[in-house]
Design a protein around this ligand. Structure first.
Ligand SMILES: [Zn+2]
Ligand SMILES: [Zn+2]
Length: 225
């Protein structure tokens, strides 16, 4: 538990097991969340060895330098993320926002944070922007700029869930439009990273408007490639 999660202790029940808890997720369920799998330092893809980088990054390095992620996308965490995103359970978003803020504290300083922009159609359909919810605690507690204005999603992409890596890259190409920005080092934030195709395209777009270095921070990383 990090400093922020400790500070808030209203009594409630765990959304996963219904036992009473200090937050909307109890300690027992939380203990099942894992980030055990050794993963590539630049793309967070799970690797079955203790190497630092996956084969794909070794042959074709991604545009971002480091990919930080909190959880492997599986089991209770996957269930919790779905309840947050699709059932709009905002207390879960708040829980994750505290976890991301704890992680953010351990990272180096960035000139700005850029959340993954969603299309207005997607926001309308979902009723909220889940990535902004996840940044709520960082926004309250940290001085860093959270830039939601300089980059826009100009293409509504179909769901990338069932597409291959190559198909994802084609689908996401040209999806963003950016204004020139005054900063150089940014942290890109998204909820789930799968192949990293969206984050790469976002970084490529920002590279053209003055950003020179990128790390990514995501809640969860799936093992799908
Ligand atoms: Zn529980
Ligand atoms: Zn990699």
């Amino acid at each position: 538990m990090g400093v922020y999660t400790q500070a808030i202790t209203p009594k409630q029940s765990c959304v996963l097991c219904m036992e009473s808890a200090n937050f909307c997720v109890c300690k027992k369920c939380e203990a099942e969340f894992s980030n055990q799998i050794n993963s590539c330092k630049t793309c967070a893809h799970p690797i079955n060895s203790n190497l630092d980088f996956c084969g794909q990054c070794l042959s074709n390095a991604p545009i971002f330098s480091r990919a930080y992620t909190l959880y492997d996308y599986q089991g209770l965490v996957a269930q919790l993320i779905k309840a947050f995103k699709y059932d709009k359970q905002l207390c879960i978003g708040d829980y994750f926002a505290h976890k991301l803020a704890d992680k953010y504290q351990s990272l180096q300083d960035y000139d700005a944070i850029i959340p993954m922009p969603l299309s207005s159609e997607r926001i309308k359909e979902r009723g909220f922007n889940q990535v902004l919810e996840l940044l709520n605690v960082i926004k309250r507690k940290q001085q860093v700029i959270i830039d939601t204005h300089s980059i826009k999603r100009i293409k509504t992409t179909q769901s990338l869930a069932n597409l291959s890596f190559e198909q994802r890259q084609i689908e996401i190409k040209g999806a963003f439009e950016a204004k020139p920005v005054p900063y150089k080092r940014v942290l890109l934030v998204d909820d789930i990273m799968t192949t990293g195709a969206s984050l790469s395209e976002l970084a490529k777009t920002l590279l053209k408007v003055g950003v020179i270095s990128f790390d990514t921070l995501t809640l969860s990383r799936t093992s799908k490639l």
